[in-house]
Design a protein around this ligand. Sequence first.
Ligand SMILES: [Zn+2]
Length: 70
Amino acid sequence: MNNANLPPDDDGKVVRVTGKRCPMCGRPAIAQHRPFCSRRCADLDLGRWLKGDYRVAGDETPGDDDDAES
Ligand SMILES: [Zn+2]
């Protein structure tokens, strides 16, 4: 008995689809860049994080209103 009939493991050569979809563009995500479909989409998402687009709304504007003191 040997394992010769097992398929070769070509990780790194073959683009493996994860079965999920890229949250940026909706194309099938690949394992290498999951959960994104490509480095580009991963970078786009990172850029959004860095710019603060994902910050929770409700940030107070300093000096907007001050009813406490009169
Ligand atoms: Zn994408």
